[in-house]
Design a protein around this ligand. Structure first.
Ligand SMILES: N[C@@H]1[C@@H](O)[C@H](O)[C@@H](COP(=O)(O)O)O[C@@H]1O
Length: 259
């Protein structure tokens, strides 16, 4: 795992956009998209590069991490709608190739199996962007999720519902249930990029990066992955015991070595 401590959210966004741009220039790129506030600066930078530098998403296929169960795709806070508003509507990706689990499917368990199979069918995700919840969740894999889990329905913790209530009129409107790529599914992506900013994420980042590999902190599965990069700002890095080492390693990174 490489940990990169950045001076600003903009710097994190530029690093993430560099990695995505490299993947997008390859053949049949498959990009993993995340929702929440953390990826927004990176999406803004990708949109800017599309408009100003001609970065093209025309051949890309995309998979979202998760979706609320029971929320219509037309609901403004469904992740299907959010990712269109934040990225898809502003670049040249084919919206039909931007996939998300259907939270209104009649048989949610079957929908999850279908979703996992669709990811497998394209040979897996090339690069997956991840935010992190204050309890260490990635996607909607709450603490104690199986480290080998596949896409499946999950129940949100009260803390996650409270954290996400800001997107809804009231906490009562935040669904209790979701569909999420499992930790085992996420681990099949070829490159994982986790982004976190702000002191509110410091404990979760410390647990994910330096704590034990444990279901208690789902993001700790990054420790199992052969290619994981963590981009954090100073505040989110404030709980990291080895912060000086990460800075030293980044400062001495050979010019030929990309993320
Ligand atoms: N399902 C999403 C996660 O994918 C996201 O990482 C998390 C943190 O969101 P934020 O970046 O807004 O703090 O929120 C939600 O629960």
């Amino acid at each position: 795992m490489e940990v990169v401590i950045c001076s600003s959210a903009e710097q994190i966004g530029a690093h993430v956009a560099d990695v995505y741009a490299e993947v997008l220039r390859g053949d049949d790129p498959v990009i993993g998209l995340a929702t929440g506030s953390s990826p927004l600066v990176a999406y803004g930078e990708l949109i800017r590069r599309h408009r100003e530098d001609g970065l093209s998403f025309a051949h890309a296929t995309a998979f979202l991490l998760d979706e609320y169960a029971g929320l219509a795709r037309s609901h403004p806070e469904s992740y299907h709608a959010v990712i269109r508003r934040e990225l898809v509507d502003h670049v040249d990706i084919d919206p039909a190739r931007v996939h998300s689990p259907d939270g209104e499917a009649h048989d949610l368990a079957e929908e999850c199996r279908r979703y996992d199979a669709a990811i497998e069918a394209v040979g897996g995700v090339d690069v997956q962007l991840l935010g992190i919840g204050t309890d260490g969740h990635i996607g909607f894999n709450e603490p104690m999720s199986s480290l080998s889990s596949r896409t499946r329905p999950k129940t949100l913790t009260q803390q996650t519902r409270e954290d996400n209530a800001r997107f809804f009129d009231s906490i009562d409107d935040v669904p209790h249930h979701v569909l999420t790529q499992g930790l085992g599914t996420i681990r099949t992506a070829h490159h994982l990029l986790l982004v976190a900013t702000g002191a509110g994420k410091a404990d979760a980042v410390a647990a994910a990066v330096e704590g034990p590999l444990a279901a208690r902190c789902p993001a700790s599965i990054l420790q199992l992955h052969p290619h994981a990069t963590v981009f954090v700002d100073e505040a989110a890095a404030s709980g990291l015991e080895y912060a000086d080492y990460y800075r030293y390693a980044y400062a001495h990174k050979p010019a030929w070595q990309t993320f």
